[in-house]
Design a protein around this ligand. Structure first.
Ligand SMILES: Cc1ncc(COP(=O)(O)O)c(C=O)c1O
Length: 386
């Protein structure tokens, strides 16, 4: 491959990191118990609050998104506690696996992979199981490219006594998640997706209700003891050495996010989604997910040719465009195009150009995507489009 480092990373995270963010991550190291970091930590966490749309405290963990998920379970669930887990793909399954590891009494609501959760089903199950204490959901199920209706599910969960915990690892910063307005008690996310930063930091927001429960929960925890992180945050510190380089990077990423503005960012993600979807339709490549659930950060395609893995490999080897394959049930059956974070409409055209060229169908997908982009520019007069 020519210039093997000039790669088009189109997977659902980690995402390409903007040069300014990468440069910041190479800043000289500082003392994590010194004045500079003590000032930086609370400021950076405060700047995340508008993205979480919350007044709740936000905790930073050094780890990946799964660390945030495990922290939520370890701090909220005792062995034997009845919990409800909503599953429609590998990341819903991850909630199930973590809750089971912590000895919860798990009730699962399974959905066919590729379909979203129906809030009315959640309501029905909570009515028949009022003992449920915590509900775990996935905002954006990256394994299928389904965006769940967290507002609708939150409305239902809030009619009962249960706490509501959401994995927003592949959505936060790419799709609105109104933590406070939608009644979400705990939100888990990570640095390497829509937050434009390398992997290595995870974040958890904690409501007052969740904090009260954490004080009573007795499950063993040490590194993931969130109340200890909250306590230390009062002094501007973390209990253990944090990923300082990622904090430098995140500050720069937040500058970019604040300059673009959240509304513009969300609009860009929906535009990119629509460009990829019309492009695939123009190539007669079936989309896995129907409109109401189609994710703004990743799109799944289920081609009718058999060698999907080989197709992805050729795309990468010849064009340097790397898309993701399927996971679990969909391994070898689908491919997924990531369009989150540091991605533009032009990146979508490039990706579609590689896909249509590799199928020998020149121009079809790009023309459809270009029209979607032009229509969007007309509708959003004054938008630069790029
Ligand atoms: C929706 C979702 N949840 C959780 C995770 C797990 O995050 P990590 O791989 O950072 O542990 C991912 C990672 O892709 C994800 O997409």
């Amino acid at each position: 491959m020519f210039f093997f480092d000039k790669h088009e990373l189109r997977i659902p995270g980690p995402v390409p990191v903007p040069p300014k963010v990468l440069l910041a991550s190479a800043s000289p190291m500082i003392n994590h118990r010194g004045a500079e970091f003590r000032e930086k930590l609370p400021l950076v966490l405060d700047r995340l609050k508008p993205i979480f749309a919350t007044e709740n405290a936000i905790i930073a963990l050094t780890g990946s998104g799964s660390a945030a998920m495990e922290a939520a379970v370890a701090n909220l669930v005792n062995p034997g506690d009845p919990v409800l887990v909503l599953v429609g793909g590998s990341f819903g399954q991850r909630w199930l696996d973590i809750c089971t590891s912590y000895g919860a009494k798990v009730l699962e609501l399974q959905y066919p992979w590729g379909k979203g959760v129906d809030p009315l089903d959640v309501q029905a199950i909570l009515k028949t199981h009022p003992e449920i204490e915590v509900v775990f959901a996935t905002h954006n199920e990256s394994s299928t490219a389904v965006l769940n209706d967290i507002e609708g599910i939150g409305e239902v969960v809030n009619q009962f006594d249960a706490l509501f915990v959401v994995d927003a690892v592949s959505s936060l910063g790419g799709s609105p998640l109104e933590t406070d307005n939608w009644g979400v008690d705990v939100v888990c996310t990570a640095s390497q997706k829509c937050l434009l930063t390398p992997p290595g930091l995870a974040f958890v927001s904690i409501s007052q209700r969740a904090r009260s429960r954490m004080k009573k929960v007795t499950s063993p925890r040490f590194y993931l003891d969130l109340l200890r992180y909250e306590e230390m945050l009062m002094q501007g510190e973390t209990p253990y050495t944090p990923n300082i380089a990622n904090f430098f990077a995140l500050e720069e990423a937040l500058n970019l996010i604040e300059a673009e503005g959240l509304e513009n960012i969300y609009a860009r993600h929906y535009l990119m989604r629509d460009m990829i979807r019309v492009g695939m339709q123009a190539l007669e490549l079936p989309l896995l997910v129907e409109e109401p659930w189609a994710s703004p950060t990743v799109t799944s395609v289920r081609p009718d040719f058999s060698d999907v893995v080989g197709f992805c490999r050729r795309l990468e080897q010849k064009y340097g465009v790397e898309v993701a394959g399927g996971q679990g049930l969909f391994a070898g059956k689908i491919f997924r195009v990531g369009h989150m974070g540091y991605a533009t409409p032009l990146d979508m055209v490039t990706t579609l150009a590689a896909i249509e060229a590799s199928l020998g169908q020149y121009g079809k997908a790009c023309a459809a995507a270009e029209k979607t982009w032009d229509d969007w520019i007309k509708e959003n007069q004054g938008a630069s489009g790029c």
